[in-house]
Design a protein around this ligand. Structure first.
Ligand code: PMP
Length: 340
C-alpha cells in the first residue's frame, strides 16, 4: 500500500485478471487488463494525462487555460479529471448518440458539454472538426488560451501506452506474453502497447479486434478502407488511419460482431463478477480467436476498457437489445422473483 500525491498519480498500474471461461475453453491463459480500475474508470485516463503533460511541456496550455476535445466520452472524462486536478477548464464536444450515462459522467467529472449531431468524419460538422474550430475560437478569445487535445492524431496518446500499458503487461507477465489484441478507436492503446511489447520481444503476435462498421479490418486485410454493418459499441471502430495508427500494422485482424461479443459481456458479468462495457466484449472475443490461432498453452492479453455501468440504458436494457434483435440473457430478461 502507498499514498499518492494526487488522483492523477493513481492512473495506471492496473491488474491483469485471468478470464476463467475464455482461458478454460481455449486452453490458453487469457488476461484482461482492468482499465476500468483507473480513477476516471477507463483506459483513456492514461492518454488524457500524457496529452496534458505534453501540452504543459510545450507551453500549449497555461494556468487557467481551457482544454477542448471531441470525444465519445471516456477521453473527455479523463481530460476533465486531469483538468480539474491541474486547474484547467474542460470543454467537450460529443455526438448526441452517446449514452446518457456517459454524458452524466462527463458532467460529474467537471466537463462543460457541447452536444452535436453524429455525422461522418468527412462532414465539416463532425464532432472532432467542431472541437478543433471551437478550440481555435476559444484560443483567441479566452484570456488564458485554449488547447485542442486532438486524441486521434496526438502522438502523446500512443506514447501513454508505449510508456505505461505495454511495460506494465510485460512486467506483470514476467515477459511471458505471446499475444496482445484489442480494438481501436484512436488506435493509441493498440499501437502504443504493441510498440512496447514488440520492442521487448518482436515475436509477440499483435491483433486488431475490429467491430462491425469499422474500416480497419478491411484495410489491414485488403489495403482498402471499407466498412460494413454497424455496432452498438461506443468508443471503438475507425474509418481512417489516424495519426496514432500511422506506421503500425497488426499481425492479424478479426472483424467481431455484437452478436459474438455481447454474450461474452453477459457471461463475464454473470459468471466472473466483471461488469464491462461493449468494447471489452469485442476485445475478449478477439482474444479468444487469437488463442485458437496460437493454440493451447499460450498467454494472451487484452484490455478491459471500461465498466458496464456507463452503458446501463443500452447494453443492459432488455428493450434496447430486443429492438435490435440482439441476444438477451435470461437473468436480465426475467430476474428471479424473491418473496421478501
Ligand atoms: N473502449 C472504449 C470504451 C473507449 O472509450 C475507447 C476510446 N475511444 C477505446 C476502447 C479505444 O481506445 P483507443 O482510443 O486507445 O483506441
Amino acid at each position: 500500500m502507498m499514498t499518492r500525491p494526487d488522483v492523477l498519480a493513481a492512473i495506471g498500474g492496473t491488474p491483469l485478471i485471468r478470464l476463467r471461461r475464455a482461458s478454460d475453453e481455449t486452453g490458453c491463459t487469457i488476461l484482461g487488463k482492468a482499465e476500468f480500475m483507473n480513477p476516471g474508470q477507463s483506459v483513456k485516463d492514461r492518454a488524457a494525462l500524457f496529452m496534458v503533460d505534453a501540452a504543459e511541456r510545450a507551453g500549449a496550455v497555461r494556468p487557467g487555460g481551457t482544454i477542448v476535445e471531441g470525444t465519445a466520452g471516456n477521453t473527455g472524462i479523463g481530460l476533465a479529471m486531469v483538468g480539474a486536478a491541474r486547474g484547467y477548464r474542460t470543454v467537450i464536444v460529443i455526438p448526441q448518440t452517446q449514452s446518457a450515462e456517459k454524458k452524466l459522467a462527463l458532467r460529474l467529472a467537471g466537463a462543460e458539454l457541447v452536444e452535436v449531431p453524429a455525422v461522418p468524419f468527412a462532414n465539416p460538422n463532425n464532432y472532432v472538426k467542431v472541437a478543433r474550430r471551437l478550440a481555435e475560437r476559444l484560443g483567441a478569445t479566452e484570456p488564458c488560451g485554449a488547447f485542442f487535445a486532438d486524441q486521434f492524431d496526438n502522438p502523446a496518446n500512443r506514447q501513454a501506452h508505449a510508456a505505461t500499458t505495454g511495460p506494465e503487461i510485460w512486467e506483470a507477465t514476467g515477459g511471458k506474453v505471446d499475444g496482445f489484441i484489442c480494438a481501436a478507436g484512436t488506435g493509441g492503446t493498440l499501437a502504443g502497447t504493441a510498440e512496447a511489447l514488440r520492442a521487448r520481444n518482436p515475436g509477440v503476435m499483435i491483433g486488431l479486434a475490429d467491430p462491425d462498421g469499422s474500416a480497419l479490418h478491411a484495410y489491414y486485410a485488403t489495403g482498402t478502407l471499407r466498412a460494413e454493418g454497424s455496432s452498438l459499441t461506443e468508443g471503438i471502430g475507425q474509418g481512417r488511419v489516424t495519426g496514432n495508427l500511422e506506421g503500425f500494422r497488426p499481425d492479424v485482424s478479426y472483424a467481431v460482431s455484437d452478436r459474438e461479443a455481447l454474450p461474452l459481456v453477459f457471461g463475464l458479468l454473470a459468471e466472473e463478477g466483471l461488469c464491462l462495457g461493449g468494447s471489452s466484449g469485442i476485445n475478449v472475443a478477439g482474444a479468444i480467436r487469437l488463442a485458437r490461432r496460437l493454440g493451447p498453452g499460450h498467454t494472451i492479453v487484452t484490455i478491459l476498457c471500461d465498466g458496464g455501468a456507463r452503458y446501463a440504458s443500452k447494453l443492459f436494457d432488455v428493450g434496447f437489445l430486443r429492438e435490435r434483435g440482439l441476444p438477451v440473457p435470461p437473468w436480465l430478461e426475467a430476474p428471479r422473483a424473491i418473496d421478501p
